[in-house]
Design a protein around this ligand. Sequence first.
Ligand SMILES: [Zn+2]
Length: 145
Amino acid sequence: MGGFPKEGLWLRSRQERSPVSERDQAETDLANRGAQLLGLLTERRGRLAAQIRRALAERREESQMRDAPGSHGWGAAPEGNISLAMVAQQQQQLAQIDTAIQRHQAGTYGRCVGCGDEIPLPRLQALPFAQRCAGCQEEWEAEKR
Ligand SMILES: [Zn+2]
């Protein structure tokens, strides 16, 4: 025996233990959940910002090394395109996290911008910057098409 329980298990057992019927408990949970999610957001933001900085620094080094006539650094190599797309994606995610942190400060975080309902905690834990519940997200993406 031994070892630490997997994170997923821990989350699931925590959820089961929080009774929705008790209002005081629910309010405490809401405050806890806010703090917990803000922590998640801040942590993810820091990690992403570091990743972007590192990727951009690597790109700069690479393009300096490849600074030969006829080579145009950015986008010259296929693998370069991939990491460039990744950085763009990370920057987009960083912007989403910033929006989520702003919404947290405004007190609107965790509410679906579509229907106004609370976004379920497991969804926020998986996607801390989600602005919509799963249903509204689906509808929204269907409309975009
Ligand atoms: Zn919704």
